[in-house]
Write a protein that binds this ligand. Structure first.
Ligand SMILES: NC(=O)c1ccc[n+]([C@@H]2O[C@H](COP(=O)([O-])OP(=O)(O)OC[C@H]3O[C@@H](n4cnc5c(N)ncnc54)[C@H](O)[C@@H]3O)[C@@H](O)[C@H]2O)c1
Length: 363
């Protein structure tokens, strides 16, 4: 085992504590969480309730100035990612960073972070698009990349789930804080689409609204403006098409995510949390469809996301340790494009027309 890797976590709400527990399960890999930073006392107390010795700061700059960690995880509300990332990147002491998705809430901020990071080749930045690591999704990616299904033409992703959870100070109730539903949570799915088709997005058409959830909630006199359902079509530069079907009042579903990939030779599907993967070739018909239960025995902690946070950390840790030879699996460019598709989809709903990626990237 290589030397000890010291981690700090900025923002220890729901996801920050999830990182804390995942990193605890990586202690045999030489990982130790030495500090956290969060201004919210209840979050600090919950993070300390595991009785693992950690130094507590109320502010991210104090954590950085302390110089006691090598890697920082940024798991604060979306609208704070930009400022915190810039402070990390511009800090004299190099800290590698795992930043939660979305990279930032706007394309302009993502671009400024990318420019700043170019001046710090000593820092690795990984964006937390962790759905890539969920065992059934990873297995489907393997099948697609192995060429079994031929050239991928269509990617349909259905997320049918429960409404947005309550967050500290209700930051996720407003587009100005989260970037909007299609940026905040759907960046995961746009990232997967790009990965499955191996191409870049060109234009986006979306229809969506806030129809059921949060309508009776009021915060400082304002009613939430985040949409709770949408259809989004994404066209790629190799002719492939993606389709997202999002519904956030669909608790009565067996699966939360259902992914269907069709190539010119065959079709593959993945189901989460059932963890089932199915695939078949056109020549073999229905009787030839294969099925397996996807598992990954490297996972020591399933957590809230079916082991993907654990595998994400394992992956980032090896990228840090093999620096110069191995780049982060999900880099800043992936983070930017996943946000750009979400921004274009939000614009498409507002404008009622196709929106090109070029249009939003230049705005
Ligand atoms: N990968 C995933 O699937 C996934 C799932 C949930 C959340 N997330 C992401 O994780 C991030 C946090 O979400 P959450 O659900 O934990 O929210 P949360 O509200 O539960 O926690 C956010 C925490 O950050 C703290 N905070 C706010 N401003 C801060 C600052 N400037 N410095 C330090 N701490 C600060 C808050 O006090 C709170 O404790 C978001 O970016 C969200 O999109 C990702």
């Amino acid at each position: 085992m290589a030397g000890i890797m010291k981690y700090g976590i900025i923002g220890v709400g729901m996801m920050g504590r999830e990182h804390l527990i995942n990193l605890y399960h990586l202690r045999s890999e030489g990982v130790v969480v030495v500090c956290i930073a969060d201004p919210h006392l209840p979050s600090q107390q919950l993070a300390q309730s595991y009785n693992w010795p950690i130094q507590v700061f109320s502010e991210h700059k104090q954590l950085l100035d302390s110089g006691i960690c090598d890697v920082v995880v940024v798991s604060t509300p979306n609208m704070t990612h930009y400022e915190i990332l810039m402070d990390i990147i511009n800090h004299p002491k190099p800290h590698h960073v795992l930043v939660e998705k979305p990279l930032c809430t706007t394309i302009a901020d993502c671009k400024k972070v990318i420019d700043a990071a170019k001046r710090r080749p000593d820092i690795l930045v990984h964006v937390g698009l962790e759905y890539r690591y969920m065992p059934p999704v990873a297995k489907l990616i393997d099948i697609v990349k192995g060429g079994t299904l031929g050239h991928i033409k269509m990617v349909a992703i259905r997320e049918h789930r429960f409404p947005f959870l309550v967050k500290v100070n209700n930051w996720n109730r407003f587009n100005c804080n989260s970037g909007g539903t299609l940026v905040e949570k759907c960046c995961h799915f746009f990232d997967l689409m790009r990965l499955f088709v191996g191409a870049n997005p060109v234009r986006i058409m979306a229809s969506g609204a806030i129809d059921v959830n949060h309508k009776d909630e009021v915060y400082d006199g304002k009613v939430p403006d985040i949409i709770d359902n949408a259809y989004v079509i994404v066209e790629f530069d190799n002719g492939a098409r993606g389709m997202l079907d999002l519904c956030m009042f669909a608790e009565g579903s067996k699966n939360e995510q259902e992914i269907s990939i069709v190539g010119d030779m065959g079709k593959g599907e993945a189901f989460v949390p059932e963890s089932i993967v199915r695939w078949g070739l056109r020549v073999d018909g229905r009787d030839g469809v294969k099925s397996l239960k996807a598992e990954d025995d490297r996972i020591k902690y399933d957590g809230l996301h079916h082991g993907s946070s654990y595998l994400e950390h394992l992956n980032f840790l090896s990228a840090i340790r093999e620096r110069g030879e191995k780049a982060p699996a999900v880099d800043l460019h992936d983070g930017l494009i996943s946000v750009a598709i979400g921004v274009a989809a939000q614009h498409s709903i507002e404008k009622g027309r196709f929106v090109t990626i070029e249009e939003v990237m230049q705005a």
